[in-house]
Design a protein around this ligand. Structure first.
Ligand code: NOJ
Length: 573
């Protein structure tokens, strides 16, 4: 058994709490993590061989984004077989080996469940295409007749989140009496991702089997993709604001935050709780990807019998401002603690924090585009701020998620050539939105080498997204021996978090500074811990404290004991 946090998180015969309530989970985007066979695409054996790195970093679990067979219309979120491993990424034996080795390293495995849509290559969707309108095969998806004289207009005005229409018209395979033109099917995302019809019992039964399949293989949890979007208003009414999705507005609508969702999540919770691993209920978690416009919209997902957890993206959505950050934290804490709504500052859908924080404003759909022209000065500022945000993330009560490469301070690769980009968002908006490839560039492990150690073979194929020439400077190897590196900061913070009795689950109490200390964000946790950060432009006095346990940057505290701008410290009280 390693360290105190592991002890804190371990539940003994029904006492204590579930492991996930204070877990630090590391998000792995498998195609970009480590490539064992040298084909330029990361894989499960690559990940498995790097488990010692993750154990050393100090994380409790990994969440794997989809590694299932997929035509890759959306980086694997277009699943053509929910119960298999894409041969490009390995085999089921590799997956089982990963879970087993994970156990040996005390790292649990969470897998992605994609219930809103599958791939258009999925056999059930292919069967729907081959069947006639009105058939049971079509009823598993959302097919409708078009509007207009010959059905040439889509059934309603919904738009895809990736740009363009949310409907695609099919060519009927069967001769149709009366020669009617083809139907349309709904896809909130790419045309290669048809939405399931959750008003069909067969869909419920199918996903029940998928969930059990992975739980039976020993996974510790599921991350539920688009958990706010699975049900649609059965009338499919026109949307008063059809640019909702494109503009990432996450208010309730005909396709978001439908009340029917909670009944579904209760049924999934019952499945999870029927797996009493570790000798206590609640051993398996499921965490919903719920983008919400306000804490009120998030509230229904936090009912006690629903999903064990939902992400809160409020730190990502906050502008660089102490008041905005405090509001983001308070908004969530008023509903639940961070155990049920873990904290996160980045993921595979959002520009990297180091780059995002070069801007003062909140994250929005155009953020990636705005980063293209930024130079070195801005980078320094973003990096400094990202280090502050990391210490905040890991000091807040509850659980936190880290996206691979955040611990290396990787920037967004904003200038990927158009020909290299693979995100459907880029394609479907005709380049108007750069999309998300910039945060998915394969990791650097060594300072030199054809692909900076991404592959473990001698002459690997080029990585599936090109790495920038300076990538080696960010590599694990370059950072390990450098006490001032990002990686050293994350490792130190995770070690302290495990050992310190105030960190992990619990509560916080805000500490206000003097009136003129505008940028100060400060809270205390018991026993004996204080977090202080300065998001303003002038130095602020530190609150009364004992010693400095950890500083985000070497020059965080000035000669008079003042906290410098864009710096944070962990203090003993
Ligand atoms: C959310 C996932 O995180 C994202 O990568 C994906 O494109 C959409 N859901 C659709 O599955």
């Amino acid at each position: 058994m390693r360290g105190g946090q592991r002890q804190k998180g371990r539940c003994v015969s029904g006492q204590g709490h579930a492991w996930w309530e204070d877990a630090v989970v590391y998000e792995v985007y498998p195609r970009s993590f480590a490539d064992a066979d040298g084909n330029g695409i990361g894989d499960l054996p690559g990940l498995r061989s790097r488990l010692p790195y993750l154990a050393d970093l100090g994380v409790d679990a990994i969440w794997l984004t989809p590694f299932y067979p997929s035509p890759l219309a959306d980086g694997g979120y277009d699943v053509s077989d929910y119960r298999a491993v894409d041969p490009l990424l390995g085999s089921m034996a590799d997956f089982d080996g990963l879970v087993k080795d994970g156990e040996a390293h005390q790292i649990r495995v969470i897998v992605d469940l994609v219930p809103n849509h599958c791939s258009s290559a999925h056999p059930l969707f292919q069967a729907a295409l081959a069947a006639a309108p009105g058939s049971p095969e079509r009823a598993r998806f959302i097919f409708r007749e078009g509007r207009g004289r010959d059905g040439e207009l889509p059934p309603n005005n919904w738009k895809s989140m990736f740009g363009g229409l949310a409907w695609t018209r099919v060519t009927e395979a069967l001769p149709i009496p009366g020669g009617r033109p083809g139907q349309w099917y709904l896809h909130l995302f790419d045309a290669g991702q048809p939405d399931w019809n959750w008003r069909n019992e067969e869909v419920h039964a199918f996903f029940g089997q998928v969930i059990r399949f992975w739980l039976d293989r020993g996974v510790a949890g599921l991350r539920v993709d688009v958990a706010h979007g699975i049900y649609k208003d059965p009338d499919l009414p026109d949307d008063p604001d059809p640019d909702h999705l494109l503009n990432a507005v996450n208010a309730p609508s005909a396709y978001h935050h439908r009340p029917e969702l909670q009944q579904l999540y209760r049924s999934w919770r019952a499945i999870l709780d029927s797996y009493p691993a570790d000798g206590f209920p609640g051993a398996r978690t499921a965490i919903g990807e719920v983008w919400a416009d306000s804490p009120g919209t998030l509230r229904p997902y936090l009912e006690s019998r629903g999903l064990p957890q939902v992400f809160n993206f409020d730190l990502i959505m906050a502008s660089w401002d102490a008041v905005a950050f405090r509001k983001a934290v308070d908004g969530v804490l008023a509903l639940a603690d961070g155990s049920r709504a873990p904290w996160v500052i980045g993921n595979h859908d959002v520009p990297r924090p180091v780059s995002r924080y070069q801007l003062d404003e909140a994250f929005g759909p155009q953020t990636a585009n705005r980063l293209v022209s930024f130079g070195h000065d801005r980078h320094e500022r973003g990096a400094r701020r990202a280090r502050l945000a990391a210490l905040l993330l890991l000091a807040l009560p509850g659980s936190a998620y880290i996206y691979q490469g955040e611990e290396l301070g990787l920037p967004e690769v904003a200038d990927l050539p158009a020909a290299a980009r693979q995100d459907p968002q880029f394609r479907r908006t005709h380049g108007q939105s750069l999309g998300r490839d910039g945060c998915r560039v394969p990791l650097p492990w060594t300072p030199a080498g054809a692909d900076f150690g991404f592959s473990e073979t001698a002459s690997p194929a080029p990585s599936w997204l090109p790495q920038p020439p300076d990538w080696g400077g960010y590599s694990v190897e370059a950072q390990l021996g450098d006490p001032s590196s990002f990686l050293s900061l994350y490792r130190a913070a995770l070690r302290l978090r495990r050992a310190h009795p105030a960190l992990g689950r619990g509560t916080l109490r805000w500490v206000d500074g003097p009136h003129d200390a505008e940028g100060l964000l400060c809270f205390a946790r018991e026993p004996g811990f204080v977090f202080a950060a300065n998001l303003g432009q002038a130095a602020v006095p530190l609150p009364p404290h004992g010693e400095i346990l950890l500083a985000s940057v070497p020059d965080a505290v000035g000669p008079e004991g003042e906290l410098r701008p864009d710096a944070a410290v962990w203090l003993s009280a």
